[in-house]
Ligand binder design. Structure first.
Ligand code: HEC
Length: 147
């Protein structure tokens, strides 16, 4: 009998120790839900785009170079983002990162535009719709052999 109580108490200790841990896991997965887990443009830039765009590899528009970026910014956020997402010559689709979300990609483009004097902000739902529209147009043009 005494032995049984002891092991029950032991079990209770384990449960008591696990409850806060379970709470932590639950809040961690909550933090990763889609609406809150989007990376900032800066962090996407650093992890995905910087490699090519800091050093202008293969003619990539150099980060922070206002002269090079002016005509790109002129194209407008929806068109430039939509086209870059599809891929332009040696610019790989999605920046070469297959699991990057389009919204995170768009944030990175906006971050790069801002670094070169543009005033683009993280896209809202309306801008994302325009970007997808430009993406579709671009894909159609490419399919029809237009560049
Ligand atoms: C493997 C190298 C490489 C990586 C990685 C890369 N880029 Fe590029 N990017 C290029 C090159 C090269 C060009 C120039 C394409 C051209 O005009 O020939 C370019 C062009 C662009 C343009 C201009 C497109 C246009 O219509 O002229 C944008 C915007 C852009 N990149 C954004 C990004 C973003 C955002 C990322 C990261 C998510 C990224 N790039 C990652 C190589 C890269």
């Amino acid at each position: 009998m005494l032995r049984l109580i002891t092991s029950q108490q032991f079990l209770m200790r384990i449960v008591t120790a696990l409850v806060p841990a379970a709470g932590l896991i639950a809040s961690a997965s909550y933090a990763q839900s889609p609406s809150t887990s989007l990376k900032s443009g800066e962090s996407v830039y650093q992890s995905v785009c910087m490699h090519c765009h800091t050093q202008a590899i293969d003619g990539a528009p150099k980060f922070g170079d206002k002269k090079i970026w002016a005509p790109l910014i002129e194209e407008g956020q929806a068109i430039l983002t939509g086209h870059a997402w599809v891929g332009v010559r040696k610019m790989p689709p999605k920046g070469g990162k297959a699991d990057l979300s389009q919204e995170e990609f768009a944030r990175a483009v906006a971050f790069m535009a801002r670094a070169a004097g543009g005033d683009w902000t993280d896209p809202d739902a309306d801008m994302m719709k325009k970007i997808r529209h430009e993406e579709e147009k671009r894909l159609k043009d490419l399919k029809n052999g237009k560049d």
